[in-house]
Design a protein around this ligand. Structure first.
Ligand code: FCB
Length: 467
C-alpha cells in the first residue's frame, strides 16, 4: 500500500464522519489529589518503584485538569469535530462505591458544556484503566462484585452527564486491563497469573454488559459501545500445522476472547479447551454470556500494529510469560518500519482488522485510537515540531480506513491518539504519541507538523462536505 506524504491525495470520507482526537484521564489530567479525587490502581502502581520507566507518575501529567481551556482551544484550532476522553472513576466515587463526589462530576460537566459550545462532540469512556484503589483491595476485576460497583459508577456518571453526552463507551481495551494488568504484570495492578487474566477478562465483559442497560436508562437515545484492541495476527510464510495452530491460539486470546462473547454470546471455539490445563472455568456462571452480549450501537476499535507469531520448535522453550493457552507460541520480531514503541507500521493490517471487526460485530465502527510514537520530537528554533514519520503514519492509516470502508466496513469516525503527548503507562513520559507536543517542564503545548496536517485533512473534508 502506498503511504502518501500529503493530505491532498487523501480520499474522501462519508458525510458525518467524525474527526477526533483521544486522551485518557490518568494520562493527561494530573491533579491527582484535587477536589476530592481518590487514589486509583495506577497511582499505586506508578508510585511503586520499578513499575514505570524512570519512576514517572501521573501526578501532574499534562495538568489538563487545570489547563483544559487551553486544550479545548487547541482542539478548535485543529478543527476537531469530536473529542474522546475518559472519566476518572476515582474522581466520581473516590472510594469506588458509596459517596458520589459532586466536585468531580462538576468538573466533567463544565468540560462537556464547553466542548458542546465549541461544536465538538463529546465521546466519553467510563473506564480507561483507573480503577479506584479501594476496589482493588476488595478484589478488583477478580471479584464478581465489580459488576455492581461498575453499574453504580455508570449510573452516577451517566445520570449527571447523559443529558448532554450521547456517545458512551463502557471500557477501553479490556484486553490490556486483563492480560497486561493481571496476566503479565506490566500494567496495574501488576499481577502475573494467567488464570487471573482470564477471570478479569470475564468480569470486565460482565461489567460491560451489565452497564449497557444502566447507561440506556440514564440516557435515553444513548449510543452505547465498547472499545476493543484487536490485532491482525500473521503466521510465517509457508506455515506448518503447528504454526497455524499458534496463529489460531493467539487470535483467540487477542481477538476472539472479546469478539465472541460480546457479539456472539459464546467463548471462541477452542479457547476453553486450550486453557483447560489452567482452570476449570467455574467462574463462568449461567447467564453471564447472555449479559455480556447486550446489544450495542457501535464498536470502537483501537489499533496500532499487527502481531506475528510462529510455533515453538519441539526443543525450544516457550515464552517466559505466556498468554493463557499460548505456552508454545513464539512472538516473531516485527518487520520494519518500527515506531519508538517497537511496533510494526502496517496500514494493511489496520485495514484488515477494521474489516474483520465490522464483519464480526455487524456494527458501525469508530477508530477510537490510532497513532504512533517516534523518537526525537522537539520544538525547533522556528517553533515547529517536525515529525514526518507520524504524519506518514497518520495519512497511511487514514487511507487504510478508507479502504476498509470500500471493502464494506461502516466506519464513521477516526480519533488520533493522542491529542497531547502524555503519560504512556509503563513507559511514563518517554514515549510521545501526541499530535501536539507537551513540554513537561513548562506545560507549553506546540502543535506538531502532524497536527497541522491533520487540521488540513479535516478542513478539506469539511469544505467538501459543505459544497
Ligand atoms: C492504547 C491505550 C492508550 C495509549 C495507546 C498508545 O493501548 O488505550 O491509552 O496508551 O495504547
Amino acid at each position: 500500500m502506498q503511504i502518501p506524504g500529503n493530505p491532498s491525495t487523501l480520499p474522501t470520507f462519508p458525510e458525518g464522519f467524525l474527526w477526533g482526537a483521544a486522551t485518557a484521564a490518568y494520562q493527561v489530567e494530573g491533579a491527582f489529589e484535587a477536589d476530592g479525587r481518590g487514589p486509583s490502581i495506577w497511582d499505586t502502581f506508578s508510585h511503586t518503584p520499578g513499575k514505570v520507566v524512570q519512576g514517572h507518575t501521573g501526578d501532574v501529567a499534562c495538568d489538563h485538569y487545570h489547563r483544559w481551556r487551553e486544550d479545548l482551544a487547541l482542539m478548535r484550532e485543529l478543527g476537531l469535530t469530536a473529542y474522546r476522553f475518559s472519566i476518572a472513576w476515582p474522581r466520581i466515587i473516590p472510594g469506588g462505591t458509596g459517596t458520589v463526589n459532586r466536585a468531580g462530576l462538576d468538573w466533567y460537566s463544565r468540560f462537556v458544556d464547553a466542548l458542546l459550545e465549541a461544536g465538538i462532540e463529546p465521546v466519553a469512556t467510563l473506564y480507561h484503566w483507573d480503577l479506584p484503589q479501594a476496589l482493588s483491595e476488595r478484589g478488583g476485576w477478580l471479584s464478581r462484585d465489580v459488576t455492581s460497583w461498575f453499574a453504580e459508577y455508570a449510573a452516577a456518571t451517566v445520570g449527571a452527564l447523559g443529558d448532554r453526552v450521547a456517545r458512551w463507551t463502557t471500557l477501553n481495551e479490556p484486553w490490556c486491563s486483563a492480560l497486561l494488568g493481571y496476566g503479565q504484570g506490566v500494567h496495574a495492578p501488576g499481577h502475573r497469573d494467567p488464570v487471573e487474566a482470564l477471570i478479569a477478562a470475564h468480569h470486565l465483559m460482565l461489567a460491560h454488559g451489565t452497564a449497557v442497560p444502566v447507561i440506556r436508562e440514564h440516557c435515553p437515545g444513548a449510543q452505547v459501545s465498547i472499545t476493543l484492541n484487536p490485532t491482525q495476527v500473521w503466521g510465517p510464510p509457508n506455515p506448518s500445522e503447528a504454526d497455524l495452530d499458534a496463529v489460531r491460539r493467539i487470535d483467540n486470546i487477542h481477538n476472539g476472547l472479546f469478539f465472541s462473547p460480546i457479539f456472539h454470546g459464546t467463548y471462541p471455539e477452542g479457547l476453553l479447551a486450550d486453557t483447560a490445563h489452567l482452570t476449570d472455568h467455574s467462574w463462568i456462571h449461567d447467564g453471564d454470556l447472555h449479559a455480556m452480549s447486550a446489544p450495542l450501537d457501535f464498536l470502537g476499535i483501537n489499533n496500532y500494529f499487527p502481531t506475528r507469531v510462529r510455533a515453538a520448535m519441539p526443543d525450544e522453550p516457550g515464552p517466559e510469560m505466556a498468554l493463557p493457552g499460548c505456552e508454545r507460541v513464539i512472538e516473531v520480531p516485527p518487520q520494519p518500519p518500527l515506531t519508538d514503541m517497537g511496533w510494526e507500521v502496517s496500514p494493511v493490517g489496520h485495514r484488515d482488522i477494521l474489516v474483520r471487526a465490522a464483519r464480526e460485530s455487524g456494527l458501525p465502527i469508530y477508530v477510537t485510537e490510532n497513532g504512533s510514537a517516534w523518537p526525537g520530537d522537539y520544538v525547533d528554533a522556528e517553533g515547529r515540531v517536525r515529525d514526518p514519520e507520524r504524519t506518514a503514519y497518520l495519512l497511511g492509516h487514514l487511507h487504510a480506513a478508507r479502504e476498509a470502508i470500500d471493502a464494506g466496513a461502516d466506519i464513521r469516525g477516526y480519533f488520533a491518539w493522542s491529542l497531547l503527548d502524555n503519560f504512556e503507562w509503563a513507559w511514563g513520559y518517554t514515549k510521545r504519541f501526541g499530535i501536539v507536543h507537551v513540554d513537561y517542564d513548562t506545560q507549553v503545548r506546540t502543535v506538531k507538523d502532524s497536527g497541522r496536517t491533520y487540521a488540513q485533512v479535516i478542513a478539506a473534508h469539511r469544505a467538501s462536505a459543505s459544497e
